[in-house]
Design a protein around this ligand. Sequence first.
Ligand code: F6P
Length: 531
Amino acid sequence: MKQLIETPAWQTLATLSRHSLALRELFATDPQRFGRFSLNHDGLLLDYSKQRVNSEVMAALHALWTSAGVPAWIAKMRAGEPINASEGRAVLHIALREPAARPEVRAVLEKMRGFCADIHSGSWRGATGETICDVVNIGIGGSDLGPKMATQALAAFHQPNLRVHYVSNLDAAHLVTTLARLDPKRTLFIIASKTFTTQETMTNARSARAWLVAALGEAAVARHFVAGSTNLAAVAQFGIDPAHAFEFWDWVGGRFSLWSAIGLPLALAVGFGNFERLLAGAHAMDQHFFTAPVAQNLPATLALLGIWNTNFLDAATQAVLPYSQSLEHLSRYLQQLEMESNGKQVGRDGQPVGCATAPVVWGEPGTNGQHAFYQLIHQGGRLIPCDFIALKQADFDLPGHHAALLANCFAQSEALMRGKTLAEVRTELKAGGMAEEKIQQLAPLKVFPGNQPSTTLLLDRLDPYSLGQLIALYEHKTFVQGILWGLNSFDQWGVEYGKQLASRLLPMLEGKQLVSGLDSSTTGLIAACKT
Ligand code: F6P
């Protein structure tokens, strides 16, 4: 494969990046900048006018899209070709949200619909005849982050009288503190695991089972445990009735599995109709991604801006800053999506890709972040591209809240773009009546370099449809970036090594095997735990 870094488009971008663009000037000289560098599509506004780009840069980025053959890769994905080559699998999460879904997908969706109706109507009863009021999803990674993020995001749509909890961590504190508040007679567990072998999930599942059996007896398991998995044999072996196993398939990647049976806790939280609207929103974004020309294509634009920032402006991180408490877990979800997919240095062809790949994705909802780490974004001297995400219309509102929230969001991106010069600081302090001596002391501390790139994504509102669009937007962004970097975005060999070493250390920690053959640090740490 000819590496993208050798293409003329890449070389053009490298040349363009040598002339630093000053956002303040770009706005001052072009009153139409917002109109020229923003996209509107189906209730989403993507304003990238505060990115350090001009028409030339965008044209070169569009050329890069063509050089990398992204449309051909999209066609391969849609055709079900095994583009996850290292695992020999197709990548077809898009098929889970097709309105005319394949029969096996439709059958599981119908099973989920029926199950949700039974839980919500109270016709599903626990072993003692009581209705379910708490659902505990036990899963980790893709079997946790997506449904957890979406359940929180759609808090305004929650079903009454049903609470959905998420337990992921191997640390018993997670399960113990969750169960402490629950009544086994009215609790349903969903064991969510693509493989049904993941250590964290299986350990928590066994402990949850023991908790239930201690309270209600072995026979109660059938009424209190269901599963979402591709491994139905292991589900049955765990003691879950196959009638209560919700299947999905190896062509659904873990971090792309929210749309499958892994979405069951979400469907229970918000109702199956809302889950279907989420699928519809994602499908609408799929159609946009597949058909819109690159210059109008939202996922393509996000992806290409990320390439510009990472590979040409040397940004090492990407902040995700939703001005929405409901999107509290979005940055953690995107961490797995982008970093597990594209945090790789060896390409599809087994060769080093020769350029930086996925940035460190991180963030917190505004305004909380403003009082924690924004100081560094404003004055820390590092290039930190930011994605601001805001809602035109609040999902929860009280007088005086939403306009103030939006004012903060827009003010932050403005401040990051404009910065404040020493001369401006001096004028401001002088106007405030400060003595010259004090001004000299303080002014340098109050300078803001600015020119910090950001994108603002404005959603009309946060509802199941727009959340589906938003998640699919980032999924396709991740896919495009993987193609451009020459990666297989759908495997994750990097998580294997730690698992392998942990299974070697476990018997030593448990005292079942002598501590030997380890480095002195690991030996010392194990010894310290035993004293
Ligand atoms: O972190 C590695 C990983 O394999 C993820 O890709 C996956 O989402 C997670 O573990 C959980 O896997 P499973 O759903 O099989 O339990």
